[in-house]
Design a protein around this ligand. Sequence first.
Ligand code: FAD
Length: 542
Amino acid sequence: MTKRILIVGGVAGGASAAARLRRLDETAEIIVFDRGPYVSFANCGLPYYVGDIIRDESKLLVASAEMFRTRFNIDIRTEHEVLSIDRAQRTIQVRDLQRGTIAAESYDALILSPGASAIRPPLPGIDVDGIFSVGAVPDKKNVRQWIDDKHAQRALVIGGGFIGLEMAENLAHRGLTITILEKAGQLMPQLDPEMAEPVRRQLAQRGVTVRLSEGVTEFSRSPAGLLATTDRGTQLAADLIILAIGVRPEVGLARAAGLTIGATGGIAVDESMRTTDPAIYAVGDAVETVDVVTGMRQVVPLAGPANRQGRVAAEAICGRGSHFRGMQATAVCGAFGLTIASTGASETALKRAGISDFEKVYLHPGHHVGYYPGAKPIHLKVLFRRSDGRILGAQAVGEEGVEKRIDVIAMALQLGGTVHDLSEAELCYAPQFGAAKDPVNLAGFIAENVRSGDMPLARRDEGGFVLDVRDPNECKGGMIPGAVNIPLDQLRLRLAELPTDRPLNVVCAVGQRAYYAVRILRQRGFDARHFTGGMQTVTTLG
Ligand code: FAD
């Protein structure tokens, strides 16, 4: 018998599910409803459309309704809003937004992929013209139009997460001066605070004003333009305000239909993306899934997982028994010449989840060998389980080669890999691309040394004697207060100068010479420990 499958939302998750369904079941009747004017558009490309990097709006439409009809025989109904679900009757109520009519549609299986809505706090003045949320293509057209019509020169971006940074970068590309207001004490909340520090610094160097630990309380309009008042009493003037303070899962339909909503606010689903009603599936930004590292449920609005979940739901409906492996929140953002990427849990997330069995290493290798021109440092932090070396998360910031390293680690993490797998990883190498010991291998070597006890880590908060093994001229640029300088090459001759009653915390520029020193000292009976990432960690990450 022909199955009738209805899909609510025709973008990342919904469109993926529809296309996969057709490939698996040629006879099913598949109807996609979207209240917006388009399906399958590239949300992720929208900031670049504002920035004029993508000039032709049609390029953002990954697949047209027409293509879905002709190539996949899928019935696309844009400007159709799904109003409610009658689970007992297996029907949905749909309003045709053009005609204003309402009709009931029956289903054998229903997939919800309604996404998430941009948070718009009910602050005084929030509806003043010139304050834009980031969401769909029409929003972005409005932003472009506003910039052109008002000859906007000053943009205030509220929210310093990845969408805020992408919008800031693209508005700067259009020639606007940028202020970013962020309520938290750091940019990019998925990073640990010290890893977000180079981002803040880079933005400042590129002329972006970043105001951290400051939230907006009110908006108004004045002859000088738009005004945003902050909780510090400051008034910030702008010609355009972008709200990028996060999204909230669209769970209205699911909640009204009595489907279970999880504690984190997303629709509860099992590994097949099935909701608490076996005929209804849910995918994408609207659902909560299990974090593969912490085991906690979470809502993570990212396009890759939404697409994969759409595929899993389609396969489950067609009896293929596919499972979603869980979320690891692998993400990347490019802003003002930096690439910022992460996968798995941050140190903050591990602590929040009550996980204490972890260790962290920092390293700052070049993205390719130093002798080939143009090597750029990558600041990399890798978190792993102390007890068995399992990779828990990684974050990286740099100008080149950042996402490649995080992608490799992401794959290892998903497969349950350890830092020993990173040491063994056989990766591409030629001088212009990497190094025979790739940053990923180096991270593995360092973590292995920590786990084996060859190179215990210094704890900055535990005190001890700080031994700086750099050359004296390097120390002129600054040392850790109280540190004693003995260059590595003199160390064996000057051991008598070192105390034996305290740990020796050994530091160098990036960690390599300190590692050699730690090995010399430990084999001679000293309790030497390694300052991970060296002075570079102190100066770059704070
Ligand atoms: P969506 O793609 O949002 O689709 C939901 C659709 O459902 C919408 O079209 C909506 O109109 C429709 N809908 C909702 N309710 C109803 C209803 N009742 N009836 C009918 N239709 C309904 N992710 C990344 O991984 N990388 C990026 O670089 C990235 N950049 C982004 C940039 C921007 C500006 C934005 C806004 C998002 C970005 N994302 C990015 C996030 C990514 O776009 C989302 O995670 C992804 O689109 C979620 O897919 P989805 O199917 O759950 O929802």
